[in-house]
Design a protein around this ligand. Structure first.
Ligand SMILES: Nc1ncnc2[nH]cnc12
Ligand SMILES: [Zn+2]
Length: 338
C-alpha cells in the first residue's frame, strides 16, 4: 500500500452499510440470533462472492443481511465499518441503508436507524469523524412501497440527510420514482440515485431531470454519451464511482478498461468510493490503490479525486474548508500537485 494513499485524508460518499458485513460478522450475528445459514462456514460464504452481474451480487447481499435483527446488531455492523474507515483516514462518510430490506422482515425501523445512528454519533465524539445518513428506496419494489417507507420514516426525519435509489437498475428506471422523489424533495431531503451502473446513460439524464438529484451514484455509463459528459462537467454534478465494485460486478472487464480517468480528464467531478467493501474486496484505500495499480492514476489525479469528494459532500462550507486544507497539505507533504 502506498504511503501517499494510506495517509491521504478521505471522504466516502457511496457506502451501503449492509455491504460492510464481513463473513465473520455474518456468522457471529447468526450465532447470536440463533439463525442457521445456508453456508457451512465463513470460507464457504466468501467463496459465494463470485458475481456475474449486479443481480447475482444482490441475491447474496440480501441473504447476508438477514442476520441483522436488533438495534445492537446495526450498531455493531456500523461500528466495525467506522473503525475500519477511521483506520484508513476517512474523515467524513455518507452512508446508505436499505430500510425496506429490514422492515419487510419484521425488523422495526427504530432498531435500524437507532443502531446505525448511535455508532455514527460515537465516531463523531470519539474521533471527530462526521457523517450523514441516506435512506435508499429499493427500486425493484413498487412506487407505493417507496411512499410507505418515506411515510414510516417521518419520526426519524432528523437523523436522515438524504434519499437514495438502489438495487436492480435494469427494468427499474428513474421515471418509476419521480413522484416519490418529488414528495421527498418537499420534505427537505437531499436527493441522490444510482444510475448508469448497469443501466444506460439515459438513466443518468433521467435521474437529473425527473428525480432532480444532485449527485449520481456510479454514473460510469456517462462515458458512452459525449453530450451528457459535457453537461455533467459543466454543472459539476458529482459521480460517486466505485472502481472495485465495477470490476467485481463485471461493469468493466479489467481495471485498465475503467472509464474513471477519461471522466476525470473531461472535467467531471468524479470521486472514489467502496460501495459494498465486504463483498468487493476492499475499502477506500484498496479502491484508490486499484486506480493507481490497474489504471495508472498518478498521485496528483488521486489528490484531485479526494478534493472532488470534499466538494461533493454535504458538510458546511466551513467544514469543507478544513478538509480541503488538510488534503492539500497532504499533497504538499508528498510533493504532489494536482
Ligand atoms: N452497487 C449497487 N448497485 C445497486 N444497488 C446496490 N445495493 C448495494 N450495492 C448496490
Ligand atoms: Zn451502490
Amino acid at each position: 500500500m502506498s504511503a501517499f494513499i494510506n495517509e491521504l485524508p478521505k471522504v466516502e460518499l457511496h457506502l451501503h452499510i449492509e455491504g460492510t458485513l464481513e463473513p465473520e460478522m455474518v456468522f457471529a450475528l447468526a450465532r447470536r440470533n440463533g439463525i442457521t445459514l445456508d453456508y457451512a462456514d465463513e470460507s464457504a460464504l466468501r467463496a459465494a462472492y463470485d458475481f456475474q452481474d449486479l443481480q447475482s451480487f444482490l441475491d447474496v447481499y440480501y441473504q447476508g443481511m438477514q442476520v441483522l435483527l436488533t438495534e445492537q446488531d446495526f450498531f455493531d455492523m456500523t461500528w466495525a465499518y467506522l473503525s475500519r474507515a477511521h483506520g484508513e483516514r476517512v474523515r467524513h462518510t455518507e452512508i446508505f441503508f436499505d430500510p425496506q430490506a429490514h422492515t419487510d422482515r419484521g425488523v422495526p425501523l427504530a432498531a435500524v436507524v437507532g443502531g446505525i445512528h448511535r455508532a455514527l454519533e460515537q465516531a463523531r465524539q470519539q474521533w471527530g469523524m462526521s457523517s450523514r445518513l441516506i435512506m435508499s428506496f429499493l427500486r425493484h419494489l413498487s412506487e407505493e412501497a417507496a411512499f410507505e417507507i418515506l411515510h414510516h420514516a417521518e419520526p426519524f426525519r432528523h437523523k436522515l440527510a438524504g434519499i437514495g435509489l438502489d438495487s436492480s437498475e435494469k427494468g427499474n428506471p428513474p421515471a418509476k420514482f419521480a413522484r416519490v422523489y418529488a414528495a421527498a424533495r418537499e420534505q427537505g431531503f437531499r436527493l441522490v440515485a444510482h444510475a448508469g451502473e448497469e443501466g444506460p446513460a439515459r438513466n443518468i439524464r433521467d435521474a437529473l431531470d425527473l428525480l432532480q438529484v444532485e449527485r449520481i451514484d456510479h454514473g460510469v455509463a456517462a462515458v458512452q454519451d459525449g453530450k451528457l459528459m459535457q453537461r455533467l462537467a459543466r454543472e459539476r454534478i458529482p459521480l460517486t464511482v466505485c472502481p472495485l465494485s465495477n470490476l467485481k460486478l463485471k461493469v468493466v472487464d479489467t481495471m485498465a478498461g475503467h472509464p474513471m480517468l477519461t471522466l476525470l480528464r473531461a472535467g467531471l467531478c468524479v470521486t472514489v468510493n467502496s460501495d459494498d467493501p465486504a463483498y468487493f474486496g476492499g475499502y477506500m484505500n484498496a479502491n484508490y490503490q486499484a486506480l493507481q495499480d490497474g489504471l495508472g492514476a498518478t498521485d496528483g489525479e488521486l489528490l484531485q479525486m479526494a478534493l472532488n469528494s470534499v466538494e461533493a459532500c454535504w458538510l458546511s462550507p466551513e467544514e469543507k474548508a478544513v478538509l480541503v486544507r488538510d488534503v492539500r497539505a497532504h499533497g504538499e507533504a508528498f510533493g504532489v500537485k494536482h
